[in-house]
Design a protein around this ligand. Structure first.
Ligand SMILES: Cc1ncc(COP(=O)(O)O)c(C=O)c1O
Length: 414
C-alpha cells in the first residue's frame, strides 16, 4: 500500500497548517535525488528553499557532523569551541573579514543585524535630536528578510505583515532598485540600509549595476550601515562566495542562513569591527545580544566543512559557469516560446519569468508548470506567481541539469 497518503493525513491532523505543502511525503535523499514514501524519485532543483547547498547527506558533511556528534554537541556560549572558531574564520576569509555572531535562522541573523544597527545609531546619533539617536532602517519593496517582528518590518511584502500590526516602528520600505527612493528617506534618523544583493522571494531580481555601489556610497557619506542579507545569495550559490562580491562593494554587516547550515538550523551575522564593537561585552559593559543554542558545535562543524568542500571542489566557480550554460539554454528556449518572458539571476540562482497570457493556453500560472515538473519527477518552485526558481544543490551534474531543463521546457510548452 502507498505510504504517502497516511503520512500526510496523520501529519496534517497534528501539525499547524501554515504551509501550502505539496502532496508529497519525502522519506530520504542522497545527492540531488529525493525519494518519497512510495519510492518515487525526484530530481531536487529546489534544495529546500536553497538550504541544501551540497545536496542531501553529502558524505563529507555526514562525516563532519557524525564526528562532532560523537565528541561534543553543546556547551553554551560561556565557553570557546573549535567548530565555532573554524566557521568564523571561514566566513571572514571568504568575505570581508569581520566578526561573526551565530544564530539559528536567516530571520534571527537579520534580527541581530537590526539590533546592532540600533545600538550603532544610538551611540552615533549624528545631528538627530531624538532620544533614540538614529534608528530608522530602510529596505526595499519585494524584499524578504524574515517573519520575526523586526524582520517583518524590513520585509517589503504586505502579505507577510498583514494582521500583525502594530509592527515594530523604525522601518521604511521604498521602491526596489531606486536610489532616489532611498535618498528620500535619508533623514536624521536613518541609520542603516538592508538589501538582498539579488532578491530571492521577490522573484530572483538582479539590481542595476550601480545600485549596490550607490548604496555603499550613501552609507559612507552619512555614517550609516549597509546590511547585505545574503540568506539566499550566500555560500557560493550565485557564483561568488557572497552576492555583494558581484558589485565590488563591501557591506558593514552581512547575514547568512539557509545554505550556511546545509539544512541544519544555523544563521550567521558577520559585522566589521566598527559595527561589531556594539556586541562586545567588554566595551559595552553588558551582554547586548545572545542566544543559547546559536553556534551549536554540530551545526558549526558541518558549516565549516561545507566551506572547505565548496573550495576544494571548485564548486563556486562551477556554479558561475553552469549558471551561464543554463541561462543560455533557457534564453534559446525563450526565443522559441514567448511564454518565457525573462531569464535572470546569477550562478545557480535563476528565475524564469513566465507569461501565461503568451502560453497559448498551455498554463494559467507558474504553479501549474511546477506541478507538471513534479509529476515528471523534477522539483522546482515558483515565486511571485509566475517566476520559476531554479536553485539546485551546487553538486548537481550536467546530466541532471539537462534532464531538469528538458522537463521544465516541456512543461512550459505543453
Ligand atoms: C533573503 C532572506 N532573508 C531572510 C530569510 C529568513 O530566513 P529564515 O526562513 O531562515 O528565517 C529568508 C527566507 O526565505 C530570505 O530569503
Amino acid at each position: 500500500m502507498a505510504k504517502t497518503q497516511p503520512i500526510i493525513e496523520r501529519h496534517d491532523a497534528r501539525m499547524t497548517l501554515n504551509y501550502p505543502r505539496w502532496s508529497i511525503a519525502i522519506d530520504s535523499g542522497q545527492g540531488c535525488v529525493l525519494v518519497d514514501a512510495d519510492g518515487k524519485e525526484y530530481l531536487d532543483l529546489f534544495s529546500g528553499f536553497g538550504a541544501g547547498i551540497l545536496g542531501h547527506c553529502h558524505p563529507d558533511l555526514v562525516a563532519a557532523g557524525t564526528k562532532q556528534m560523537n565528541k561534543l554537541w553543546h556547551v553554551g556560549n560561556l565557553l570557546h569551541t573549535e567548530p565555532q572558531t573554524l566557521l568564523a574564520e571561514q566566513v571572514a576569509r571568504k568575505g570581508f573579514g569581520g566578526r561573526s555572531f551565530f544564530s539559528h535562522s536567516g530571520a534571527d541573523a537579520n534580527e541581530a543585524a537590526v539590533k546592532l544597527a540600533r545600538l550603532y545609531g544610538k551611540a552615533n546619533p549624528g545631528v538627530s535630536a531624538n532620544d533614540w539617536g538614529r534608528y530608522k532602517i530602510i529596505s526595499a519593496t519585494l524584499s524578504f528578510h524574515g517573519r520575526s517582528f523586526a524582520t517583518m518590518g524590513a520585509t517589503g511584502n504586505e502579505a507577510v505583515r498583514q494582521g500583525f500590526e502594530p509592527l515594530l516602528p523604525g522601518f521604511v520600505n521604498v521602491e526596489y532598485n531606486s536610489i532616489p527612493a532611498i535618498e528620500a528617506e535619508l533623514d536624521e534618523t536613518a541609520v542603516a540600509i538592508i538589501v538582498e544583493p539579488i532578491q530571492g522571494e521577490g522573484g530572483v531580481n538582479v539590481p542595476e549595476d550601480n545600485y549596490l555601489p550607490r548604496l555603499r556610497k550613501l552609507c559612507d557619506e552619512r555614517d550609516m550601515l549597509l546590511i547585505c542579507d545574503e540568506v539566499w545569495t550566500g555560500c557560493g550559490r550565485t557564483g561568488k562566495w557572497f552576492g555583494y562580491q558581484h558589485w565590488g562593494v563591501e557591506p558593514d554587516i552581512m547575514t547568512l542562513g539557509k545554505a550556511v547550515g546545509c539544512g541544519l538550523p544555523l544563521g550567521v551575522m558577520c559585522a566589521n569591527e566598527r559595527a561589531a564593537a556594539f556586541f562586545d561585552v567588554t566595551k559595552m559593559g553588558r551582554v547586548t545580544h545572545a542566544t543559547t543554542l546559536g553556534g551549536n558545535c554540530v551545526t558549526t562543524a558541518v558549516a565549516a566543512r561545507m566551506f572547505e568542500v565548496l573550495e576544494h571542489d571548485g564548486l563556486v566557480e562551477r556554479a558561475a559557469k553552469l549558471g551561464q550554460t543554463i541561462a543560455t539554454r533557457l534564453m534559446k528556449a525563450a526565443k522559441k516560446s514567448p511564454a518565457i518572458r525573462q531569464v535572470r539571476g546569477r550562478g545557480l540562482f535563476l528565475g524564469i519569468e513566465l507569461d501565461p497570457a503568451q502560453s497559448d493556453g498551455a498554463f494559467e500560472n507558474g504553479r501549474q508548470v511546477v506541478d507538471r515538473c513534479l509529476e515528471q519527477g523534477v522539483m522546482l518552485n515558483v515565486v511571485q506567481g509566475n517566476v520559476i526558481r531554479l536553485a539546485p544543490p551546487l553538486i548537481v551534474t550536467d546530466e541532471q541539469i539537462d534532464r531538469g531543463l528538458d522537463v521544465l521546457i516541456d512543461a512550459i510548452g505543453k
